[in-house]
Structures are given as structure tokens and as C-alpha cells.
Design a protein. Structure first.
Length: 90
């Protein structure tokens, strides 16, 4: 039992880190996706804001408030995805 414990300690002592040829393109793709999420979030907020202004001008109520909440929730998910992934795989 002691030999198994010692062998497992030696195997688990050094954490595996992939080389730059693997993480470089992956980081580039993740960077592009982060910019795409940012652009989509800003466009979504502009579209919802425009629709809210038009409906307010025509006298309608708060029917676009749920769409605004959905877009803001997507913004929060998109903003926290990168740090969560880097925390899990770092």
C-alpha cells in the first residue's frame, strides 16, 4: 500500500501543462468569441432600447422589460464565461 501511495504522489506531483502550440490558437479563438459576445450584447441592448423608446412614445407599457432582462442576463453570462473557464483550466 505504501508503494502505491508513493507512486501516485510522484505521478500527481507535476501538473500537466499543454504547450504553446495548443493553447495559442485556443486563446485566439476564445478572444474572438469574447469580442463577438461583446458586440452582440451591445447590439442587443441598442435594439431593445430602441424598441422600448418606440413603445413608450406610442403609449404602450413595460412589455419590453422582460426582453431587457434576458439581454442583460446574457451579458452577465458572456462576461463571466471567460474568467470561469480560465479559473477551471488554470
Amino acid at each position: 500500500m505504501n508503494a502505491v501511495h508513493t507512486a501516485s504522489g510522484l505521478l500527481l506531483a507535476d501538473a500537466y501543462t499543454p504547450g504553446g502550440d495548443v493553447t495559442g490558437p485556443l486563446n485566439q479563438v476564445l478572444g474572438y468569441m469574447a469580442w463577438f459576445v461583446t458586440v452582440a450584447a451591445v447590439a442587443g441592448l441598442l435594439i431593445i432600447g430602441t424598441r422600448m423608446a418606440i413603445s413608450l412614445r406610442s403609449g404602450e407599457g413595460q412589455e419590453h422589460l422582460t426582453q431587457f432582462a434576458v439581454v442583460m442576463g446574457a451579458c452577465v453570462i458572456g462576461a463571466t464565461a471567460g474568467p470561469i473557464v480560465s479559473f477551471v483550466y488554470a
